[in-house]
Design a protein around this ligand. Structure first.
Ligand code: APR
Length: 307
């Protein structure tokens, strides 16, 4: 198993480190345009392998030659948000970057599964899909696992219970229009509404929507990377181990949920082939309307692309 991570910045390097620590590949290749950055981080990481007791070999490079034959490629290249910026303001810059990265990757790894992390997430995953020409099950966006993890964390914090016991599903685009499904949120199998009143749940839902900017406002120089890299690695792990987990991911829809020709966060069954099934959970009229509105926002941004 060979995994490439493009972008050796905060998200990419942390993702690579997690892949190495978890020994999820024989080889991890870290690519960046900045000379020396991926080489230095890659070597530093490899030097941690004897201590972490992992045999994953990691190298850093500025060229795509070393990425040839990758099974999975995680794309984190691009600029990150600073305070006052929306994810959409990254679109023009990151679309050019993701387009170039995808072309370079596809030339060397035509069979790879692409996991996109660059923002605005749903639009960038669409860019990778269109530019790669890959089937839709091989181009997947990371957002739902992150949004769901934030939501689960806030509920666990509020109740003072283990994060492991909070199960939830956040659908929709990775932005203000995301759709946390309160009806499907449980604590040890019991609906969350048995534990928390509506105003409290509404507050936690809003904090989830603002989860990204909350971190940006703290960091000031960039955006979140511990939870985003963990979420991307969760997807990698599910594919590598063919776990067939049901996880919320950005997928290209062709009629599912009444939506088509757009990427949007929905539950999918992930396995060795990538997306093995798009899972259509029953939604109320209100939930469906929120998902449709979220998809329309993504579509409007897709329409602005100059590919
Ligand atoms: N090819 C390869 N790497 C590139 C390219 C490119 N064409 N363009 C930029 N990069 C690299 C940068 O050199 C930098 O090292 O991408 C890296 C981005 O790292 P950071 O600036 O630390 O940003 P990060 O926090 O990792 O976020 C990356 O993921 O979560 C999203 O919104 C976030 O779009 C952003 C992306």
């Amino acid at each position: 198993m060979k995994i490439t991570v493009v972008g050796a910045g905060n998200v990419g390097a942390t993702a690579a480190q997690r892949l190495v620590d978890k020994e999820l590949a024989n080889e991890v290749v870290l690519v960046d345009i900045i000379e020396g950055l991926p080489q230095g981080k890659g070597l530093d990481m490899y030097e941690s392998a004897p201590i972490e007791a992992t045999d994953t070999h990691v190298i850093g490079t500025n060229s795509y030659d070393e990425t040839a034959g990758s099974h999975i490629v995680v794309i984190t290249a691009g600029i990150a948000r600073k305070p006052g910026m929306t994810r959409e303001q990254l679109q023009d810059t990151n679309a050019d970057i993701v387009k170039g990265v995808t072309e370079a990757i596809v030339a060397k790894s035509p069979q790879a599964i692409l996991i996109v992390v660059s923002n605005p997430l749903d639009v960038m995953t669409y860019v990778a899909y269109k530019v790669s020409g890959f089937e839709r099950h091989r181009v997947i966006g990371m957002a739902g696992i992150l949004d769901t993890a934030r939501y689960r964390t806030f509920i666990a914090m509020e109740l003072g219970v283990s994060v492991e016991d909070v199960q939830a599903l956040v659908l929709g685009g990775h932005g203000d229009s995301m759709v946390p499904l309160v009806r499907y949120t449980t604590v040890a199998g019991v609906p969350v509404t048995e534990f928390l009143d509506k105003p409290t749940i509404d507050k936690l839902v809003q904090r989830t929507r603002d989860g990204g900017i909350e971190i940006v406002n703290y960091l000031k120089t960039g955006s979140a990377y511990y939870a985003p890299s963990a979420a991307a690695v969760e997807m990698v792990k599910t594919v590598v181990k063919d776990k067939k987990r049901i996880l919320p991911c950005a997928a290209y829809l062709q009629g599912e949920y009444g939506l088509r020709d757009t990427y949007i966060g929905v539950p999918v069954k992930l396995g060795r082939k990538g997306i093995e099934k798009i899972v259509e959970v029953p939604l109320t009229a209100e939930e469906k309307a929120a998902l449709t509105k979220s998809a329309e926002e993504v579509k409007n941004n897709i329409a602005k692309l100059k590919l």
